[in-house]
Design a protein around this ligand. Structure first.
Ligand SMILES: NC(=O)c1ccc[n+]([C@@H]2O[C@H](COP(=O)([O-])OP(=O)(O)OC[C@H]3O[C@@H](n4cnc5c(N)ncnc54)[C@H](O)[C@@H]3O)[C@@H](O)[C@H]2O)c1
Ligand SMILES: O=C(O)[C@H](O)COP(=O)(O)O
Length: 387
């Protein structure tokens, strides 16, 4: 029996995918697993019971990843599961910044009582005219799940697209249209583009990447779109750039007290992934990842531990260990098993930065003293014996 707790409402599709072995609890401290969307977790204390956190979404800046790793808690996300939802809203954002659709709709609402509205429209509409996307230059920073889709969509819209991502994965690179220009430096993209859209994670090094220096390199009248995270943009610098006309519009999916209501800012209430399809995809993937880890110890799409998959243990017993990535950990594990005359049927060991994960299948029962001795090894963070 596994206990779970949802810190945010998660699509029923995910909850329905759980078997009867999964029971919701009313106290997160009693949970084996937490499901979360954007709820802030940095101030949460975790109980020793907690084994995993699944973020039904992409961004994990709301989760203390390092502390979770130290406490032997595996954190998952759902890469790509909401990418199409975000891509479609980015296209809408480019259109909203190009024509005054919002101003036009407001005008119609303000004049709803006007019996001559059809005729007056033809005079009023010139105030809301704009430009087309076709032929304009689009710069995409970050070419992962979302940025790749946005860059390809730009090509389909007839835009000239520049992509910048020095860390792009091979798989993501394969998905890109060959018509996308490969920007070797981000400055090249800043200097050339009419629309610049951010699709990078909110890591320490990316915070404030759009500031007065980068804004100063951009073309006058540029449109900047941010569907990634508010902290990537220095909002005070953005306000100056909007006031001076350096930036025509800043389209953001992240309202903050600083940017909400600023002239020229088009701010959306974090709706990028709020579609039925994205919510279902994320919940389904998050629950699948949790169940595979809790029941079989397999790790797929973790952001703080390495991926490691040994399928199902069959008739073997499986023991899994979360530990530091340092010399002689495996040697110590196998010695304890050998001293108890246990035979290893299968073994996998993977590392990611400072942390590592070992899965061991044994063709006999695993006695409590072996589990205890493994747990007592210095550098072991969590041990689980799976039945
Ligand atoms: N608005 C929303 O509702 C919404 C929804 C999903 C994701 N997001 C945000 O979008 C971000 C990206 O999501 P994704 O699914 O595309 O993630 P992803 O991991 O698939 O792609 C991120 C890409 O950014 C690249 N990158 C990192 N730092 C970079 C830098 N300094 N310059 C250029 N490229 C850099 C990485 O190499 C990677 O290819 C998430 O981290 C999240 O914060 C927002
Ligand atoms: O990082 C993400 O996946 C998005 O920002 C979506 O967040 P949400 O699940 O809270 O809508």
């Amino acid at each position: 029996m596994y206990h779970y707790y949802c810190l945010n409402p998660i699509s029923e599709v995910g909850i329905d995918a759980m078997t009867e072995n999964y029971v919701p609890v009313s106290d997160p401290k009693k949970a084996d697993a937490l499901l979360v969307r954007s709820a802030g977790m940095h101030d949460m204390e975790f109980s020793p019971e907690l084994k995993a956190i699944a973020r039904a979404g992409a961004g994990v800046n709301n989760i203390p990843l390092e502390r979770c790793a130290e406490e032997g808690i595996v954190v998952f996300n759902t890469p790509g599961a909401n990418a199409n939802g975000v891509k479609e809203l980015v296209v809408a954002g480019m259109l909203l910044a190009s024509r005054d659709i919002i101003g036009g709709i407001n005008w119609v609402q303000e004049n709803e009582e006007d019996g001559n509205i059809a005729k007056d429209t033809e005079k009023a509409k010139k105030a809301f005219a704009g430009c087309e996307l076709e032929g304009k230059k689009l710069g995409v920073i970050g070419l992962g799940a979302i940025g790749g889709l946005v860059a390809n969509a730009g090509i389909h819209l007839g835009m000239e697209v520049f992509g910048y991502d020095p860390y792009v994965s091979v798989d993501a690179a394969w998905r890109l249209s060959r018509n996308i220009h490969h920007a070797k430096t981000v400055d090249e993209l800043y200097k050339n583009c009419d629309y610049i859209t951010l699709h990078v994670p909110a890591t320490e090094s990316n915070r404030g990447m759009i500031d007065k220096n980068s804004l100063g390199l951009m073309k006058k009248g540029v449109v900047v779109l941010n569907f990634a995270r508010d902290v990537l943009v220095n909002e005070e610098d953005m306000i100056d750039a909007l006031e001076s006309g350096q930036v025509k519009h800043y389209v953001s999916d992240f309202p903050t007290p600083v940017i909400a209501g600023v002239k020229g800012a088009i701010v959306i209430p974090h709706l990028g992934a709020s579609t039925a399809e994205s919510e279902d995809n994320c919940a389904r993937m998050a629950v699948r990842e949790l169940m595979d880890y809790l029941e079989y110890g397999n790790i797929k799409n973790s952001v703080n531990y390495p991926d490691c998959d040994m399928g199902m243990p069959g008739d073997n017993k499986r023991i899994v260990l979360l530990h530091y990535n340092k010399p002689n950990m495996l040697g110590q594990f196998t010695k304890i098993l050998a001293d108890d005359n246990m035979n290893i049927a299968d073994l996998s060991n993977k590392s990611k930065g400072a942390y590592a994960y070992t899965m061991i299948d044994i063709d006999s029962d695993i006695p409590a003293n072996v589990e205890r001795d493994l747990r007592n090894i210095k550098g072991v963070l969590k041990v689980r014996v799976l039945n």
